[in-house]
Design a protein around this ligand. Structure first.
Ligand code: IDP
Ligand code: MG
Length: 216
């Protein structure tokens, strides 16, 4: 049965242009139908009370909401036979260090819960999330969202990328107290500036969240 699901590039996948394009390219190889593709800035209330409401009370919850609202995201509604399971297999396990090294999260995640993209975990969750998000997104009848996705991939698939292992090394040193938070933040800023076309001065909260990711 054709099922629908929600996928979005989280702030690291949005800011690190090659990483996001690469993740989208792998997903598009599954040849899904594309019902929506676009940039969107979710507000904190929507993410905490709706999208991630089931995770309320978890120790990572406050950090998670800061993370996913630290920049805009790229949201996508896609469809296909068994699509949720296929995309989840491409993504890999939740925590980057546990994910298969050939998976999207294993290869491209900054570390821990900074893991490139969200994808509905099943057909049932997909239906729920698509309904929840549809009312927020401005979906235009007859728009060619598949072309928009392909244009985004083409634009960014040859962007430079800093090996995610370098982010994880800095994060590990920070976690062990070998370097200080402001030093880690400066290094992340130096890396990210090479990977993005966004104004680096607009990414201060994203850089702070990236540092805090390794301090918990
Ligand atoms: P999923 O994204 O693989 O479905 P969920 O359990 O639904 O994983 O958690 C949502 C998001 O919360 C994860 O993708 C990740 O960003 C973050 N997260 C979940 N558990 C942890 C954790 O133990 N440490 C750090 N981040 C976590
Ligand atoms: Mg989930």
């Amino acid at each position: 049965m054709e099922e629908k699901m929600l996928v979005f590039l989280k702030p690291d996948g949005y800011v690190r242009k090659y990483v996001g394009a690469r993740a989208l390219k792998e997903i598009m190889k599954l040849e899904p139908s594309v019902d929506y593709f676009g940039e969107f800035r979710p507000d904190k209330m929507f993410m905490s009370d709706k999208h991630y409401a089931n995770l309320k009370g978890k120790p990572i919850f406050e950090w998670l909401i800061r993370y996913v609202t630290s920049t805009p995201i790229i949201a996508m509604i896609i469809g296909g036979e068994g699509i949720a399971q296929k995309v989840r297999t491409l993504l890999g396990a939740t925590l980057c260090e546990n994910a298969d090294p050939s998976s999207i999260r294993g290869r491209y995640g900054i570390g821990r819960g900074m893991n490139v993209a969200h994808a509905s975990e099943s057909a049932e969750v997909g239906e729920k999330e698509v309904n929840m998000w549809k009312s927020m997104l401005n979906i235009l009848e007859g728009a060619d969202y598949e072309s928009k996705a392909r244009e985004y991939i083409e634009k960014y698939e040859n962007y430079p990328m800093i090996d995610s292992i370098r982010f994880r090394e800095i994060g590990g040193d920070l976690n062990k107290g070998k370097i200080k938070a402001d030093e880690a933040k400066e290094t992340f800023k130096y890396f990210i500036a090479q990977e993005t076309d966004l104004d680096i001065d607009s990414l201060d909260e994203f850089l702070s969240v990236s540092v805090d990711n390794f301090l918990r």
